[in-house]
Design a protein around this ligand. Structure first.
Ligand code: ZN
Length: 433
């Protein structure tokens, strides 16, 4: 029997589908009535609110994209009168204006409930102390970790990213038990704890990390250096309230997502057709009760796949794989679609290298060349570099169907960042000039 949860529901398939349909019908009617943008979009697609009769009708609805958010700046997708808006958050657009999203009071409540489920799924108790090492302010990350923590009932220790000295001070003095951060920040903190030999003076047991793709190796490293019993991958994005849209469970077999708050579709980013069950594709989300800025088939650009079947942890909400990169980072080389996450998975099989990597694409005489730069693991001798790079290159060819060159660098050479790490440097156009 699964444990009795306070926040995580136990819906059977039919009940979940009924909730999703009711939420979808509500969302389409609400957006149609409240937002000139959505009304125009739906009319162009020939869909009236009453036309949504089954979950299958979702496929008739038009997609929404990041460009639509840009066009609606500063309050895109707004579907309620401004008097209902109690808060905004924003994320940096990769180009140009920020994405600003509005929240009604009900949206803030929904978000903290979703995030409380994350702490519950990670097995925290009211006695846990959560050290929050993600950005505060306009960003959703800090606000989400804190709202969820307080709603769940654990103690929030809000610090923000960076501030290494304060982090170390409170890790040791307050004996915080759970870290909320990006994977890069967790690794940075772990390396600092190891360097200063603080491991025996801290009490961290768990980490909830997200906001970027990570490798298993990176994760094992910070788990070991911080002495964690386990860590949990969290998902979410500003458009979808913020972090807390789903969490890896204690069986560590994928991420359960809150399917009673949003519907998740996986599509081929090039053809926009639904992917075969279990295939990798882009996540598309439709919210079911979001008031201020609802999402209808919003293309997230995040890549993942659905995991079929029941989870051994007993939670019946559906699961998807950890995020495997961005569809914008997908590159096509020699006619093959490649996601950086696939290269990371190959590297995970090799003990002699670290988890950091950079992919460098160039073109010479009309031929594409892929160079993967990786780091030798600490304390490994450069003596074996050549054998190792050949073995990795061969393994990549087997998994990706494309040959790449592998260059092995000294440990610590590749750039580390506290935020999102860019893995692909595509200079094929540059070389062609
Ligand atoms: Zn599970």
């Amino acid at each position: 029997m699964p444990p009795q949860y306070r926040f995580i529901p136990d819906y059977g398939e039919d009940e979940l589908a009924a909730r999703q349909l009711a939420g979808l019908q509500w969302t389409v009617a609400h957006a149609f009535d409240g937002s000139p943008f959505y009304r125009r979009r739906l009319q162009e697609a020939g869909v009236a609110p009453g036309d949504v009769k089954s979950l299958g009708d979702l496929a008739r609805l038009p997609f929404t994209t990041a460009d639509d958010l840009k066009d609606g700046y500063p309050l895109p997708l707004l579907s309620v009168p401004e008097s209902e808006v109690v808060r905004i958050h924003a994320s940096s657009g990769t180009t140009g204006k920020r994405k600003v999203l509005a929240y009604a009071r009900e949206d803030v409540d929904a978000w903290r409930h979703m995030f409380a489920r994350c702490y519950e799924m990670a097995g925290l108790t009211l006695n846990d102390r959560v050290q929050i090492a993600v950005g505060y302010g306009l960003w959703t990350a800090g606000a989400g970790f804190q709202l969820g923590c307080e709603h769940f009932g654990a103690m929030a220790v809000p610090i923000g990213p960076g501030n290494m000295e304060i982090h170390l001070e409170l890790l040791t003095d307050l004996k915080t038990t759970c870290l909320g951060s990006t994977a890069s920040m967790a690794l940075l903190l772990a390396e600092e704890v190891a360097k200063r030999d603080l491991r025996d003076r801290i009490c961290l047991k768990k980490a909830i990390f997200g906001a970027e793709t990570h490798t298993l190796k990176m994760r094992r490293r910070f788990e070991r250096l911080l002495g964690l019993s386990e860590s949990f991958d969290i998902t979410g994005m500003t458009e979808l309230y913020g972090p807390g849209a789903g969490l890896e469970c204690q069986a560590h077999e994928g991420i359960h997502y809150w399917a009673d708050f949003y519907i998740l579709e996986i599509i081929d980013p090039v053809t926009l057709a639904p992917c075969a069950p279990g295939a990798i594709g882009e996540m598309v989300v439709t919210t079911l009760s979001k008031r201020a800025s609802p999402l209808i088939r919003y293309r997230t650009r995040d890549l993942t796949r659905l995991i079929p079947g029941d989870c051994p942890c007993g939670v019946r909400l559906p699961r998807h794989e950890r995020l495997l990169g961005r569809s914008d980072d997908m590159f096509i080389i020699k006619g093959v679609n490649i996601y950086p996450g696939q290269i990371a998975s190959v590297l995970e099989e090799f003990k002699g290298v670290s988890s950091e990597y950079m992919i460098h694409l160039t073109r010479k005489d009309g031929r594409d060349r892929m160079l993967v730069r990786i780091e030798r693991a600490k304390n490994e001798s450069p003596e074996y570099d050549q054998n190792l790079s050949l073995a990795i290159s061969e393994e990549m060819r087997k998994h990706l169907m494309v040959r790449g060159y592998v260059e092995i660098l000294d440990n610590g050479t590749l750039p580390r960042s506290q935020g999102k790490t860019r893995r692909v440097l595509d200079e094929r156009d540059k070389d062609e000039e």
